[in-house]
Design a protein around this ligand. Structure first.
Ligand code: ZN
Length: 254
């Protein structure tokens, strides 16, 4: 047996020390969520990893003026649930300026004009790492032409907590599997209604039927008259204490 070099011994000691020092039970670390209106969120993990989901900012009627300047955004990754303009409009400009990875369906990520080393395409079931955070690709029931299939994202933080951005979708039975596998603690829930997505009362049904989160933020409503209003969304979710109605531009820590 070869003798361990002093440097290797030192590494081993450090590793063992780290294991002994680990707390018996991990504590929840705060997650910062900023809503830009519609389906656009900036999520910041406790360690500072930032994910910009569905960047629709410069043309988003709900994004307040002080949040419109996309040149200020330097996320670690940009997550795109599907190819429709109201989820993608600012993705390329922010990717080019920030050098952020663009994460989405393989077929979608192949097309935007961003350098190849920033393209992080995947498909349902895939996992893509962004620093200390893992992004799980899950199904959504919607369209995404051109650009592959629609997705939702489950973001897994270092402490094990998970945030689920549903993307655009209707309620579907496999939400039971998303709960079984990922048990999301924070859900950014499609409740946009109109002709495109699940109506707010169906979003509430999806929540009650399939999930057990501690925080729910309804989204994708109020952007245009064709969509559900904040009043309709509030009425549908009633007095559910888990539901947080955010205002566009707001940041909350969960
Ligand atoms: Zn949409």
């Amino acid at each position: 047996m070869r003798a361990l070099l002093p440097s290797k011994l030192a590494s081993l000691a450090l590793l063992l020390g780290a294991a002994w020092a680990a707390p018996a039970q991990a504590e929840n670390k705060p997650v910062e969520v900023t809503w830009y209106g519609h389906a656009t969120f900036l999520v910041r993990s406790a360690s500072g990893t930032t994910l910009l989901i569905d960047p629709f900012i410069s043309q988003n009627p709900k994004t307040p003026a002080d949040k419109k300047d996309i040149s200020k955004l330097r996320p670690d990754a940009i997550l795109v649930t599907h190819s429709h303009f109201d989820h993608t409009v600012d993705a390329v400009a922010i990717a080019k300026a920030s050098k952020a990875k663009v994460i989405g369906a393989f077929d979608f990520v192949a097309t935007p004009d961003v350098p190849d080393d920033q393209k992080a395409g995947g498909n349902v079931g895939g996992v893509i790492a962004v620093k200390d955070v893992k992004v799980h690709l899950v199904p959504a029931m919607h369209g995404s032409v051109p650009g592959g299939r629609p997705l939702g994202f489950v973001v897994e933080f270092g402490d094990g907590r998970r945030l689920y951005h549903t993307g655009d979708t209707w309620i579907f039975g496999d939400m039971a599997l998303i709960e079984e596998i990922h048990h999301p603690d924070i859900i950014l829930l499609q409740a946009g209604g109109g002709p495109f997505n699940q109506q707010p009362e169906v979003a509430k049904r999806a929540l009650d039927k399939y999930f057990k989160p501690s925080i729910v933020v309804p989204m994708h409503y109020g952007t245009w008259p064709v969509l559900a209003t904040e009043e309709t969304v509030k009425k549908a979710f009633g007095a559910d204490p888990r539901v947080q109605i955010m205002q566009a531009g707001q940041t909350r820590t969960f």
